[in-house]
Design a protein around this ligand. Structure first.
Ligand code: PMP
Length: 353
């Protein structure tokens, strides 16, 4: 049976990327597996360089003073690494959900944190508006897409302090002026590749301004000086990420995939809005194009709906426990056709009810 994987991450990757990655597990270089080559070998150094330059190229940040790194520890490690490297005294954070909240908790270990605005009172079903970012703080931090609640920032504030953004769940999915950010980070396991690597893109001139001693492995300047190979990097995750970035580039890059992502989002949200059996969770204007969150209006239909999902091979649709209901994650590799299968089930349910 064909499976349609709506999982929030790790998530769907393009079939051709998985095929190439699995070939490389068996034979990458004259009988050697990608899993057994040295990270210092020329073939892997080339992969690392290609991955770093592809990330900058896709974001339109080549030649603009940025460096790309592929690190370990997931986006969660960036919560503290950002603060270690940039937080001298105080930082400003926008709180739009669980992940922003966690970033704030970690930053508080290293200095004062101002929450410029929060949508916690609305259980994060919206993105705060109308706040200002003060200029006498070390940096401003926001989360572009809130994976759990299904909200997404459609615009970013004007800042005259460095702007840091957690883009774990929507990087490479939409056209933005990425040069408005000074530091972007994202765990690989959504739109980049398999879990294990974390992409960090940083403008070099914001670094080296804090007085604390930073442990070497946590120091962006050190990681840059070692070309993202301070220690053994997650070789397989980076290789597969490179294949996935090549896939995206061949497709036409971010502007091409954005058109597909818009079609998928349009399809599911119009069903949620038209079908009386479903309610959208996020406020309309803040709806995420990566993660659509919704609930059933009549709990008596839960079993029938979930049986129908199983019968059609829909996987990973359960909502996060803090929201309940359902979450359809539609990352770059998700075909429009799979969203169509889900929408057909939703409208069949209405006919049956
Ligand atoms: N930020 C966001 C927006 C996320 O969605 C996630 C995980 N899903 C994280 C941070 C944490 O990422 P990791 O598991 O790579 O530490």
């Amino acid at each position: 049976m064909k499976r349609h994987n709506f999982s929030a991450g790790p998530c769907i990757l393009p079939k051709e990327v998985m095929l190439k990655a699995s070939e490389a597990v068996l034979d990458f270089d004259n009988g050697l597996s990608i899993l057994e080559i040295s990270h210092r070998s020329k073939s892997f150094v080339d992969i690392m360089e290609k991955s770093r330059s592809l990330a900058l190229e896709l974001l339109g940040l080549e030649g603009k003073g940025y460096k790309a790194l592929f690190l370990q520890g997931g986006a969660s490690t960036q919560f503290l690494m950002v603060a270690l490297n940039l937080l001298e005294k105080r930082a400003a954070y926008l709180n739009t959900g669980t992940w922003s909240d966690k970033a704030i908790q970690e930053a508080r270990i290293y200095g004062e944190v101002l929450e410029v605005a929060s949508s916690k009172d609305a259980n994060f079903n919206t993105i705060p508006k109308g706040y200002t970012v003060p200029s006498d703080y070390d940096y401003f931090h926001c989360t572009s897409n809130n994976t759990i609640f299904g909200t997404q920032m459609k615009s970013f504030p004007k800042c005259n302090i460095p702007m840091v953004c957690d883009m774990s769940s929507d990087i490479f999915s939409r056209k933005l002026d990425y040069s408005q950010f000074d530091l972007i980070y994202a765990g690989a396991q959504k739109n980049i590749g398999p879990a294990g690597a974390t992409l960090v893109v940083v403008r070099e001139d914001i670094l080296g301004k804090v007085s604390r001693k930073i442990p070497s492995i946590m120091d962006y300047k050190m990681q840059i000086s070692k070309d993202s190979m301070f220690n053994t990097p997650p070789v397989f995750s980076i290789y597969t990420s490179m294949l996935n970035m090549e896939w995206l580039k061949d497709l036409g890059g971010i502007s091409a995939i954005e058109k597909e992502n818009n079609k998928k989002a349009q399809l599911i949200y119009s069903e949620i809005d038209l079908n009386p059996l479903f309610n959208g969770y996020a406020k309309n204007e803040d709806r995420s194009k990566m993660n659509a969150t919704f609930t059933l209006t009549n709990q008596k239909l839960k079993e029938t709906f979930e049986t129908m999902l199983d019968e059609e091979g829909i996987n990973g649709l359960n909502g996060h426990r803090s929201v309940g209901g359902y979450r359809a994650s539609m990352y770059n590799a998700m075909p429009l056709e799979s969203v169509g299968v889900l929408v057909d089930i939703m409208s069949d349910l209405e006919r049956k009810a």
